[in-house]
Design a protein around this ligand. Structure first.
Ligand code: ADP
Ligand code: MG
Length: 352
């Protein structure tokens, strides 16, 4: 049976900027969702997941979205948006399995959407372009969850490049791969606290950004200057974060590791104080990573719980992760989990 692999992602810097037509700097992870499935003759999508309970059995045109539950909503959402774009309703039968931790902020949901979309497109001989597929999967996430998410997760999963981070311009959707210097390690630590209230708070933040742009007569906060948003904390975060993403991309491209840390730490402070999406646990985890010798650290994946990301010198990464996890577990009583991550290629078919 053919298999379709789509990676999760970790965002090095640039949170809550994608839906403001701004910049983000994610990398596709060597953790991925794999859909192992073959076309069916009866127009049904039948899937089970090795990770999440609940068998999925729905019409291949996505008409069952309203009555779908759990992860079936993602499958129905993907089927629906592809059908609207002209995919013939060919069914699919098989299994989903993922090494992306679910609900951690590493985008297991986008990995699922993209892997399913590739499987469904292949089954029907439907070949959308990469950017169109990213937009379709973003829309699938929106209709499945009701959360008005940006395009970062789906685009990163599709456009990933081994050993590279991706500078994404979320207005033009231009992707610039930037090689990760060999001496640099990406450390991801789960705080051991699931993301809570993320959907409603996310929508509230997005609405606040759009209102701020409208007050300024701008199409999006991408176009605002620091002076225009000096007294508006939410908008101030977006504008300052865009500048940090570009500075970080530049430092990464030049291999200037010492310049990266302060940018990550400033990003965390802005997300905590101006955008108010951090939690006491994420603050403690970021502090522990910095004290353990990381170059810099920040919450990642929109906040409200989930993971922090840190950059460290490769030779010190294991030690930084272990020490930070120890300190964090002692101070909070939570159970952290850490990964030293490699940057992987974007989604594709892996077997036939
Ligand atoms: P994140 O994307 O940060 O991991 P989300 O809450 O956005 O967290 O997405 C998690 C949801 O995605 C799960 O609750 C489940 O519905 C779906 N999902 C992700 N991976 C799988 C999988 N392997 N099998 C079934 N459903 C999955
Ligand atoms: Mg998600």
């Amino acid at each position: 049976m053919p298999k379709y692999r789509a990676p999760g992602r970790v965002n090095l810097i640039g949170d809550h900027t994608d839906y403001n037509e701004g910049f983000v700097l994610p990398l596709a992870l060597d953790l991925a969702c794999v859909v192992d499935a073959r076309p069916t003759e009866d127009g049904r999508i039948r899937l089970r997941s090795e990770d999440v309970p609940g068998e999925v059995d729905l019409a291949a045109d996505g008409r069952d979205l309203a009555s779908s539950e759990g992860w079936g909503r993602y499958a129905a959402g993907v089927a629906k948006v592809l059908s609207q774009r002209g995919r013939e309703p060919v069914g699919l039968e098989g299994t989903v399995s993922s090494s992306v931790p679910v609900g951690a902020g590493l985008s297991s949901s986008a990995a699922l959407e993209v892997a399913l979309a590739l499987a469904l497109c292949d089954a029907a001989g439907f070949e959308p372009e990469t950017l169109e597929l990213a937009r379709a999967c973003q829309e699938a996430e929106q209709v499945a969850t009701g959360v008005p998410c940006g395009i970062m997760d789906q685009l990163a999963s599709l456009a990933g490049r081994r050993d590279h981070a991706l500078l994404l311009d979320c207005r033009s959707l231009e992707t610039t791969p930037i090689r990760l210097p060999p001496g640099l390690a990406v450390v991801v630590v789960h705080s051991g606290v699931a993301r809570a209230l993320a959907g409603s708070a996310y929508a509230e933040r997005r609405a606040a950004c759009e209102a701020a742009a409208a007050r300024l007569g701008l199409r999006s906060l991408r176009h605002a200057t620091p002076a225009q948003v000096a007294d508006e904390p939410r908008a101030r975060h977006v504008v300052s974060e865009n500048a940090r993403v570009l500075a970080a991309a530049d430092a990464l491209a030049r291999g200037e590791l010492d310049a990266l840390g302060p940018l990550l730490s400033a990003s965390h402070a802005s997300l905590r104080d101006d955008f108010e999406v951090s939690t006491p646990e994420l603050d403690a985890l970021v502090r522990a990573l910095e004290e353990a010798g990381a170059l810099g650290a920040r919450l990642t994946g929109a906040g409200f719980g989930g993971c922090a990301v840190a950059l460290a010198r490769a030779a010190e990464a294991e030690q930084v992760a272990a020490a930070a996890c120890g300190t964090y577990a002692t101070s909070t009583g939570r159970e952290p989990q850490s990964w030293i991550c490699a940057a992987a290629d974007g989604a594709g078919k892996i077997d036939s």
